[in-house]
Design a protein around this ligand. Structure first.
Ligand code: WTA
Length: 666
């Protein structure tokens, strides 16, 4: 534990990102020598650096070239062959780790399952055989719509084993969302469960899947995992219980992992952007695995006896990289918990920490703020002395939440790694790196980019900003974890990430650096919201709202929320002859939950006579945002130029005065 023990630093002093600095951009203090040396080498000799990292994995064939940079497409470890499932299971069962715990699973109702690496190996093999038996071949796409049960990582690894590309669909999504994703990828097979538990209630996942499959002509087979035991209608010849397919297990053959090209698509994961349709982010195998294996070590300082718990859902990228691929590639023991943080009581999470002796705990600022609300007495009733390192992900962590987390969860002993990254980046990009060398932490700052990551904060002309000046976060060099494409939409890939600042990857985030060079992430710079850490595009919600029969037009804005970070506010105009009513509001909310899922539930709905628009018909989003967040309009000079300041002000004042008749609070 030496490295973590020596990391008992106190938070630094400059802990709020306010006030503009006047120092030159040249001032960059890298407070950790080992880190600085590693970062410097990775910038000066990226190919040598990444090839050293890649050697930590097992390859069937080593690469001919580390990188072909055919901008904006990066081909990593060209000519290399490997298998992600081999990295995560086979390589461990060849060692003493075969009897080491891979997964401590805790069901919502308190049931448990403990899977050793050899059990995981067996189950991955069995499920890979089942997939093959149902006709899945290398290159096929397989959709996984499952709750947080061991079968979810098992099927991901089973797909990876045979070279099928998985697309995991978060189990909170609706039938329509499943259908959109399945149709976009042309999936032939879906793996689901009869049901899933959510706060003691059963969600009928199979029924939702059936509804989706009606809209998906490509789906031929559905595998159903028994979880809740409720009735699930099974269609002869199409639907199969996993238990029937597995039989006694003994009859299942071992499945040799496919030696896959480094570029082989490991998975597709849909995420929201600025346009209505979520984008299918494609990750390859070689670059993704190399990057995550390294980043995970640097950030979490993983050790043989670590017990690591990431509370994210496997359905998001955090779950893909930081529950499944990176930890298992290290042979780590992970905790997988099925249920809600505070169900059946506020003790739940802290019970789990105590029960399994969790040493590394990784969660979201929203969860921290939720527990802050309940008060420190809950965690204080538990022995949490096993904890050594805490992590935060998904949204900016406000200094107040950071301090609470540090004090009441970490006992003022555990460093916090505030990790900034995205579905597209594949792995953690900006974060403290106690696995290399500790740096002094500043509450609310993700500190420094990882080795190999050339992050910069630039103004709208692409020029680096001065310290404490807000700009756009960009990445100036390709890195192995980066997305390889948007599925079936290369133009969107180029447009969304590589057109804003030619030659650099555009993150869509605001950021600034302070005079010590620390990075502060300041939220999205585009029309994407982060609601309880979930990424939701305003356009996606707007499209769903206008598909409701009574609605004429809709606009969505984010509003600061003390727990969720951001909340959804809807501005809606109704069709002629329709008037606002509580019933209409309820109908609209239900409709949104049905079309997208509960994550899209709005906090407030305003029925308005008209939406504020510029002369060319663009919605004045800043006006709506200011109204939604009950803030002043701020600087008007950069607002849509063809509209006069007076017009904007008028629109703002008229909306702000939303009177009882039109305002329907959610
Ligand atoms: C935000 C989640 C501040 C950011 C891994 C990014 C963060 C978006 C942080 C990606 C952080 C993530 N501090 N903001 N530590 N981590 N974000 O694709 O706006 O769900 O662009 O990936 O989350 O969200 P995604």
């Amino acid at each position: 534990m030496a490295q973590v023990e020596s990391n008992k630093q106190q938070p630094g002093s400059a802990d709020t990102p306010d006030g503009a600095g006047s120092l030159d951009t040249g001032v960059r203090v890298w407070p950790s020598k080992r880190y600085a040396e590693m970062h410097r080498r990775s910038m000066e000799d990226p190919q040598g650096f990444w090839s050293d990292q890649a050697r930590k994995l097992d390859w069937y064939k080593t690469w001919d070239r580390v990188l072909d940079w055919d901008a904006p497409y990066a081909h990593w470890f060209v000519g290399g062959k490997l298998n992600a499932s081999y990295q995560c299971v086979d390589r461990h069962v060849k060692t003493w780790r075969r009897s080491k715990v891979a997964i401590y699973w805790e069901g919502e109702a308190g049931e448990t399952r403990v899977l050793s690496y050899s059990t995981l190996f067996r189950e991955v093999n069995h499920c890979a055989a089942v997939l093959q038996k149902l006709g899945v071949q290398k290159g096929d796409r397989v959709a996984l719509y499952l709750p947080m049960v061991p079968e979810l990582p098992i099927f991901m690894l089973a797909c990876a084993r045979i070279g099928a590309t998985h697309t995991v669909i978060f189990s909170g999504f609706s039938a329509q969302s499943i259908a959109d994703r399945v149709n976009d990828t042309g999936t032939k097979l879906i793996v689901t469960a009869d049901g899933g538990y959510r706060r003691g209630k059963v969600v009928a996942l199979k029924e939702i899947t059936d509804e989706a499959v009606k809209m998906c002509p490509s789906v031929e087979k559905v595998i159903v995992v028994k979880r809740t035991g409720q009735k699930a209608p099974m269609k002869e010849g199409r639907d199969f219980w996993l238990s029937d397919l597995l039989g006694d297990g003994e009859s299942q053959p071992k499945v040799k992992p496919e030696a896959l090209d480094s570029a082989h698509p490991l998975y597709i994961l849909y995420t929201s952007g600025t346009t209505g349709k979520p984008k299918g982010v494609v990750h390859g195998t070689g670059g993704y695995m190399v990057y995550n294996h390294s980043a995970y070590q640097w950030v979490f300082d993983i050790k043989e006896d670590s017990v690591y718990w990431c509370t994210a859902d496997v359905g998001w990228v955090t779950g893909h990289s930081c529950i499944v691929y990176a930890p298992l590639s290290h042979g780590a023991a992970i905790v997988l918990y099925e249920g809600a943080p505070d169900y059946p009581s506020v003790h739940r999470w802290w019970d789990i920490v105590q029960k399994y002796g969790v040493t590394i705990f990784y969660t979201s600022p929203t969860a921290v703020r939720l527990f802050m609300r309940y008060g420190p007495e809950w965690p204080q009733k538990h022995d949490m002395s096993s904890l050594e390192l805490l992590g935060s992900v998904g949204e900016p962590i406000n200094p107040e939440a950071w301090r609470w987390y540090y004090k009441y969860i970490g006992g003022e002993r555990c460093p916090i790694v505030d990790t900034w990254w995205q579905t597209e980046t594949g792995g953690i990009m900006i974060s403290p790196t106690p696995g290399i060398e500790p740096v002094p932490l500043k509450p609310g700052s993700a500190t420094f980019p990882l080795p190999g990551i050339d992050a910069a904060v630039v103004d709208s002309d692409g020029k680096e900003t001065l310290p404490r000046q807000t700009g756009y976060l960009t990445i100036r060099k390709p890195w192995p974890g980066m997305l390889v494409d948007i599925y079936g939409a290369p133009d969107r890939y180029k447009e969304a990430y590589w057109s804003r600042f030619p030659g650099s990857y555009y993150t869509g985030d605001f950021a600034m650096r302070d005079e010590d060079g620390y990075f502060w992430l300041l939220g999205r710079a585009d029309e994407v919201l982060k609601v309880a850490g979930h990424r939701i595009g305003t356009a996606e919600v707007e499209d769903a709202v206008v598909s409701y029969p009574d609605v004429a037009e809709a606009a969505v804005a984010g509003k600061p929320d003390p727990v969720k970070g951001e909340a959804i506010v809807l501005f809606v105009t109704l069709k002629q002859g329709v008037s606002a009513s509580p019933a209409l509001k309820d109908g609209l909310v239900k409709h949104l939950r049905r079309v997208i899922g509960p994550v899209a539930t709005p906090d407030e709905i305003y029925f308005v006579d008209s939406l504020p628009k510029t002369r060319s018909g663009k919605i004045m989003r800043r006006v709506l945002k200011a109204v939604a967040s009950e803030q002043k309009l701020g600087d008007l000079t950069t607002l849509e130029d063809e509209t006069s300041v007076e017009e904007v002000k008028r629109a703002y004042e008229s909306l702000k005065g939303l009177s009882g008749g039109v305002k329907e609070k959610g």
